[in-house]
Design a protein around this ligand. Structure first.
Ligand code: PLP
Length: 438
């Protein structure tokens, strides 16, 4: 099967009459010829916008810049580009200038939860490390739209060193998630340096990389990069396919290389109106992913970032999609649908309800077919009282030295070893009154 499809051939010729297949598959060539202006877009794709449209698109570009690799542009169906999922994800639209009152620059409060520059520490045991602020393609639905194309945000090496220091000083961090921007925008040597540095920190058990390269610039997954990545046996990669059309020969080859290097692959999809807000499209996407040994990880509800209202669906659409997957297809083809809580609460799973009712020792459940069944719970279950003294417990846990963190939230309410019976907001008036009376 050839990588040079008809549309790739045309685009390559429009960019340079001298372009050969070797150029097309060279990620640096792709990067050098990234489409950044409306005129470039028209020339490369043989599309012409009306003068009105062009004027409006240029206004959008001043606020939110555009970048599309020739490869990703070649996936656009020129005949029907206005409805095209690749076009919608990559080409600027005036709808982005429409800002709703409830939208925010930083809806996930990543900057507020940032103890040092370029690092977000939100969860107890893991951190998000923004190691690059550049991307090969600027997704129009980017949750970090506030930073897109912002040259000031390319982290300098000493800023990355500060992040590494933070991780080194915080022994509770057992999982480091490299994101950006796209970490694979860094040079091979910078990637190797970062992975070596993080690997040298004893308490870090897992390293993850979030990248869209297999989708928008699969030729970045070179043999040299694979040689580097395959050295780390605790590395996981999550990529970002949103539509079955994005699984092409080129992207499949990139995935195959990563899988062969022994890296577990996951995928995060964003639920986008007009792109993939359809149970059939989502099921086809999940099937194509697992066929290529990529495990669907999350479907995200679109964040409340500024200028994304035209992409947002109601939450019911996400539940409908999960309803159409769970039970209907392989369990490992069903991702978790999450809402990343505005204000920084983290990812919250949202699912259809399967527990219909609950009686003493009996759970009433419904399955995907609508069949309602009863699960009889044991009449005699002797719970093990937990005082957190694992040495004297009848259940065995060899923790290999890692101290587990104290329980938080609802977990704490459930625990035997904690007397707390309620979680009360800090500004609860009744409790404030009670305390001032006392
Ligand atoms: C998503 C995210 C993580 C990782 O969350 P998982 O559910 O473990 O994949 C960590 N930190 C931040 C700030 C995140 O947004």
């Amino acid at each position: 099967m050839s990588i040079y499809t008809k549309s790739q051939q045309e685009i390559a010729e429009n960019i340079s009459s001298k372009a050969v297949i070797k150029d097309w598959k060279d990620w640096r060539w792709q990067f050098r010829h990234t489409i950044k202006t409306v005129e470039d877009f028209e020339d490369v794709l043989n599309i012409s916008f009306s003068p009105e449209e062009k004027k409006e698109m240029k206004i959008t570009l001043r606020k939110f810049p555009m970048a599309i690799t020739p490869y990703y542009a070649s996936l656009i169906d020129i005949e029907n580009y206005k409805d095209d999922p690749v076009f919608k994800q990559s080409c600027c639209s005036t709808e982005e200038l429409h800002v709703e009152s409830y939208e925010m620059g930083d809806p996930l409060a990543e900057d507020s939860d940032s103890p040092v520059e370029n690092l977000t520490h939100r969860y107890p045991d893991r951190v998000l490390f923004h190691v690059s602020n550049m991307c090969a393609m600027y997704c129009r639905h980017c949750t970090r739209k506030r930073k897109v194309g912002d040259q000031d945000h390319i982290p300098a090496k000493d800023s990355l060193i500060k992040g590494l220091e933070y991780i080194r000083e915080h022994e509770e961090v057992r999982d480091v998630l490299l994101s950006g921007g796209d970490p694979f925008m860094l040079s091979d040597s910078a990637i190797e340096w970062l992975l070596d540095e993080i690997s040298s920190i004893e308490h870090v058990e897992v390293i993850r990389i979030g990248t869209r390269m297999p989708v928008v610039l699969p030729y970045r997954i070179t043999e040299d990069l694979i040689d580097i990545l395959s050295k780390y046996d605790n590395l996981w990669i999550n990529t970002h396919f949103n539509h079955p059309r994005e699984l092409t020969d080129s992207s499949r080859q990139a995935l195959k290389k990563l899988v062969k290097a022994g890296i577990p692959m996951g995928n995060q999809t964003v639920l986008l109106a007009g792109v993939n807000d359809c149970p059939y499209i989502m099921k086809s996407l999940m099937h194509k992913l697992v066929k290529n040994r990529v495990r669907p990880y999350y479907i995200y509800q679109c964040d409340l970032s500024e200028g994304l209202s035209h992409f947002r669906t109601p939450v019911s659409k996400g539940i409908e999609i999960i309803e159409s997957l769970r039970g209907h297809t392989s369990g490992f083809a069903v991702p978790t649908y999450v809402i990343d809580a505005p204000g920084g609460g983290g990812k919250i799973p949202v699912t259809p309800n399967y527990v219909v009712s609950y009686a003493t020792n009996k759970v009433i459940l419904r399955n995907y077919e609508g069949v309602i069944c009863t699960y009889k719970e044991p009449d005699s279950y002797e719970p093990v009282f937990c005082d957190r003294k694992c040495e004297t417990c009848t259940l065995e846990l060899k923790t290999e030295g890692r101290e587990y963190l104290p329980p938080v939230g609802v977990e704490k309410l459930m625990a035997d070893y904690d007397d707390e019976t309620s979680l009360i907001p800090a500004d609860n008036e009744r409790i404030i009154r009670r305390n001032s009376n006392g």
